[in-house]
Design a protein around this ligand. Sequence first.
Ligand code: FNR
Length: 182
Amino acid sequence: MAQLNIAVIVGSLRKDSFNRQLATGLARLAPPDVKFTQLRIDDLPLYNQDDDGQQAASVVRLKGEIKAAQGVLFVTAEYNRSIPGVLKNAIDHASRPYGQSAWAGKPAGVIGASVGAIGTAMSQQHLRNVLAYLDMPTLGQPEGFIHAKDGLFDADGSIGAASREFLRAWVTKYVDWVKKHN
Ligand code: FNR
């Protein structure tokens, strides 16, 4: 198969986001025939159904990027035991207009890091519910509930030694999942 393109959506806009670092580190651990591209969601307007007939340029761009990808990897923070509003906003935008969702059929991966001990487990569970409705086949195992603590990342932004093999196995499993669904 030609090179796989996987779109990555990070559920945090924070400049020093652990989840953005996790997304970057995961891509470095992936097999070489896969390209991961982090998509912008910080320039999307707030979703308003009145705009479905004339979606903003940023929304059209996001939908095109998702459609062009063979899979979508969600790397998300947990806000108040659910997914951050910015992530839900992006998901809602690209699911519309009705019948023209960009998500349908795209094999998804879900992972996340938080400073809390449960490592985004609740956020991921809520996200899985949304992805099921969007008809995205989502990798079930292994789960990745990452506790953001010292040593998770090396100075160069790669995944630190303690988590490296776990996350290498995780991303390899996800890439296999994407291949299976393409
Ligand atoms: C949080 N945080 C948090 N952590 C957690 O484990 N469970 C939670 O429910 C919440 N809730 C929450 C709400 C809001 C509004 C904020 C700003 C933060 C803490 C969160 O894990 C921490 O801010 C992470 O650094 C967020 O991820 P990024 O931005 O580093 O990727």
